[in-house]
Structures are given as C-alpha cells and as structure tokens.
Design a protein around this ligand. Sequence first.
Ligand SMILES: [Zn+2]
Ligand SMILES: [Zn+2]
Length: 415
Amino acid sequence: MELQISRGCPSCGAPLEMREDDRLTDCAFCDVQSYLVDPGLRRYLLPLAKTAGRDDAATIYFPYLRFKGTVFSCQGRQVNHKILDTTCRGLDEPLVPASLGVRPQAMRVGVVDNSCAGRFIRRAETAAAILQRAALLAGAGGRREAEPLYHRAFIGETVSCIYLPLAVHDDQLYDEVLGRPLGTIDDWSVDMNGSVRFQPQWQPSFLATICPQCGAVMSGERDSLVIHCHNCQSSWSEKGGKFVPVPYRVVSGGGGAALYLPFWRIGVETTGIEMRTMADLLAVTNQPVVINSDHRARGLEFWVPAFKVRPTALLKLARSATLSQMKYPDGEKKLTRPLYPVTLPLKEAIQVLKSLVAEMTVRKQEFLPQLPQLNVAVRQTSLVFLPFASTGHDLVQIHSSLAVASSIVHYGRKL
Ligand SMILES: [Zn+2]
Ligand SMILES: [Zn+2]
C-alpha cells in the first residue's frame, strides 16, 4: 500500500497531500507544479499525538526502514519473485516493535524537514543488510531453501526511512504516536551519543518545471519520472538535482494506437558469460530462432517496461519486447500522443537484467549456476514508446505479438 504524505507546497506553502510515488506536486492554490528531487532515501515520520506542553526538542526519532517492491531470486532451477511491503526496525532494540505493522498506511505521515526538533537515532545496519533480513523474514527465498541461491535482486519501487517518535517521561519510554509507555528507560540500550539533529542534506528540494532547452512549462502526471516539453518535443528526468535530457524514440502507430507504453532500452555488454550482440543473447539463452547476420550486427540491448507492473508481467513483457526489438518501424518524434507515464526508474530496470537473462534461458538447470559470474556493463540507455491498440480487455502491440491485460498496466500504478 502507498503512504499518504502531508507536506507544504514548495511554491506557496499551502498544505498538500502527496502519495509516496508522486514526483510532481499539484497545488490547487497557486497552480504551480514542482518536481520533487530524488533525495536517495526518503525520510518520513509518524505523526505525534497532540499533547500539551511537549518539549519537541526532547523527541527521540527511532528509524524503521520501509521497503515496497519485488524480490527476484534465482534459485535451484527457478526464477522466483515475491512482493514485499514491509517495515523493519533499523537497529535491534527490544523496547520498540520489530515492525511498524500497518501503522504507516493507517495514518498520514509527515516529511522530515528542518522544522523537526529532537534527535534522530542512526540505523545500525546498512539498508542492504536490513533488506536481506526483511526478505528472509518474508520467506522470499521460496520454499526450496535447501536449493542454492545464485542471485537475488531487490527491485524496490521505494525504500524509505520512517521514524517513530519516542519520548521519556518519569523514567518511562513512550511511543509518542499512541501516547503509550513501552517500558522503563533502564532497559533502553541505544547509545544516544550516536544520535544526530536534523541534517541539512535531508531537506526535501524541488525543481521548477521549466524546460532547460526552450523555457516552456513542462508537464507530466503526478507519478511521472520523465516529464515532457511539448514545445520543443524533449523529455527530461531528474539527476543530481538537475533536469537531464532523456533520448527517446516513438515507434510508428498508424491511426490505431490507443496508448503508447514506455520501455527502457538498455544497451549492454556482459562479461563472465560474454554477450555483445543480439546473436550472443539468442545463443546463450537457447532461443528457438535461426540466428542471422542482422542479429550479429545488432548490439545487445534489453527492452524493459518503464512502468510498474506485477513481476510476472514485467519479466514477460521484457522478454517479448527484447526478442521482438528489431521489428519496430520508426514513427514521427512527437510527444503529442497518449503516452503512458514512466513510473519505473531506469536503475530499477537495470536491476532486473540478470533475472531477465535467467528467465529467458531455456535450459535453466544448466544456466542458473553460472549466473553469479554474469557481469552487466551498461553502455547506453534511452526510452522507446511502443504503440498498443486496445481491445477493451487487452492492450495489443501493433507490430508484434506483445500483449498485456489493460487491468495489469493500470493496477501497476497502485502497486
Ligand atoms: Zn502552491
Ligand atoms: Zn522545451
């Protein structure tokens, strides 16, 4: 489930409601859209219960790591996946609950910003270590724990830190959300010398949605990671606090396209299991096709959906699009079309590649043990928009046999 977040409009200060995956603000008061700069780890807090005479500076913020996304495991002769939606204690302190349970979803969370007095406790483990633990707890390795695990990837749509506010009154440690005592402070084992005040680099920042190339106002949907300038037909994403151009291509749709779905084109070379061309990919994964000179001339490229869908649909679409990539005729490079928003970050799409090669491979039993040796070096990346016609129930690609149920695509936005 997605978090509901309250924050102030970066332009006029009016209160805004945002969802966890939203990047563009939409303010009813000033009508200005701003783009949220990716802070790396997002920091939220559970709301404090209203108590008279509280000393905010004495609040202790205890960290939980929240992960919402998919774990892919290549194990035995199978590629497994599991959807995780979990919070995990950031350090081992028995006085506080091991997980926040459903609390973050049941209430509106706030954003950690420079108005937060109090001290923040640091996590004892890295985010990666906490995720591994969360995956184990959730049984993401599947039932065949005895089988060797060759590869595990977290395709985390969101990793964030949620703080539980605590306070000490009369030698008791209190959960300040519920106003309930957790135990006596004598049992509290966290060393407060390691805690910190609010750090300036945590302050959320925003960009004005002005096209860096022509100065026109750009637009996108609230969860778009790539926003468009319809004036100069350019696409942009945020990197390091700036908009950077995203090269794109639109496949010809004729008149019949109801929707253009975005795919990341990821040009790579691999070592360990060496692949440089499409011909190499077809041979390594044992595809039942005749390899020709076009395959040998074509650099290795994976096409991965640039939108969130369930893991099975993601792998299936990536596999079909990758194998059919040489079939698509170029269309006019214009953004004035029904484009579905980019909602899966490129770096997440890159994380899928090893699981994708495993999934594509016909002889999994022989291939999967070699997977740890596979190293993927990304050469270039861009976007391609593929036209799909609608049959009502399904979206069907116009030039290939690619198809996906409309409900799967639309459901993915709520994942
Ligand atoms: Zn505003
Ligand atoms: Zn422009």
